[in-house]
Design a protein around this ligand. Structure first.
Ligand code: G3H
Ligand code: 13P
Ligand code: ZN
Length: 307
């Protein structure tokens, strides 16, 4: 089955009170683990590639790996550019066959974000490609951009932004952040703000970035086997379920996959010191990706059997 647009996935998610998982991919094992989980759960999938992942693996490799994955499944799968930094990169992935892009102008002044997003929308829509944009700023670090402070999305500005850009979905800042250190105190999300945004723009799919839960079992495993990941804290699963039951249709998960892979690789190498066949530890990592994604589909996203 060829790659699909997220349109129908999001329509189903919006109406059904669930969300689609958007999982970051960097290599073959991650792609395979996600695809296996999606197949076992009969769940729609979004596989997303950051600029960093594209640089690491190469766009050509990612596309060929995806072709191999798609040849073995009938699941609906979207290939998405995560945090596209420029019009040129969005254009390159669209020309390469991606069915969805994010243009991330969230660090720019309002009018510049609008101009950049609009430029991408014009090119993408001409090719039938979906465009996610972002308004507001998440605290934490994304590849080249870091911010100490959240700037929560203003609902009225969001209406003007969507109206003037014509983007298809909107990533909002309501308290999440990227990486493994999301909250120092109590974890909370601004659901009133989310409700205001969706009341003003009914049916608009909302995207939640920085939505890993930082599963403590894996933090402990990594630390027990030589890691030093102290005080890591993510978004509690019940808050994500609540967001998915509202207008949030896409939930981005990268950190939880990274942590699970690193924890099991550390454990495997510590317990098998004589092992030097990469298929041993990479095989464990692939299994951990699959288990993590299955867990997300069933316990967080609610999109089992929605393919
Ligand atoms: O939001 C960022 C994603 O977790 C991707 O991270 O830029 O290190 O690939 P990356
Ligand atoms: P996490 O760091 O919480 O996994 O967020 C990933 C993300 O938002 C990718 O765009
Ligand atoms: Zn993100």
């Amino acid at each position: 089955m060829p790659l699909v647009s997220p349109k129908e996935m999001f329509e189903g998610a919006y109406a059904g009170g669930y969300a689609i998982g958007a999982f970051n991919v960097n290599n073959m094992e991650i792609i395979q683990g996600i695809m296996e989980a999606g197949s076992e759960e009969n769940a729609p999938l979004i596989l997303q590639v950051s600029a960093g992942a594209r640089k690491y693996a190469g766009q050509g490799y990612i596309i060929k790996l995806m072709e191999a994955a798609l040849a073995q499944t009938d699941l609906p799968v979207v290939l998405h550019l995560d945090h596209g930094p420029t019009f040129e990169m969005c254009k390159e992935v669209i020309d390469g066959g991606f069915t969805s892009v994010m243009i991330d102008g969230s660090h720019l002044p309002f009018d510049e974000n609008i101009a950049l997003t609009k430029q991408v929308v014009t090119y993408a829509h001409d090719k039938g490609v979906w465009v996610e944009a972002e308004l507001g700023r998440l605290a934490g670090i994304e590849e080249d951009v870091s911010s100490d402070e959240h700037i929560y999305t203003d609902p009225d500005e969001a209406v003007e932004f969507v109206d003037r850009t014509g983007c298809d979905s909107l990533a909002v800042a309501i308290g999440t952040s990227h990486g493994a250190y999301k909250f120092t105190g109590e974890a909370k999300l601004d659901f009133d703000r989310l409700d205001k945004i969706s009341a003003l723009m009914p049916k608009l799919p909302i995207v939640l970035h920085g939505a890993s839960s930082v599963v403590q079992e894996y933090v402990k495993m990594a630390n027990d086997f030589g890691g030093d990941i102290g005080g890591a804290k993510g978004v509690p699963e019940d808050l994500l379920r609540k967001a998915a039951s509202k207008a949030v249709c896409k939930i981005n998960i990268d950190t939880d996959i990274r942590l699970a892979m690193t924890a099991v690789v550390r454990k495997y190498l510590a317990e098998n010191p004589a092992e030097f066949d990469p298929r041993g530890y990479l095989g464990e990592a692939r299994k951990a990706v699959k288990e993590m994604v299955r867990h997300k589909i069933t316990n967080v996203l609610g999109c089992s059997n929605k393919a």
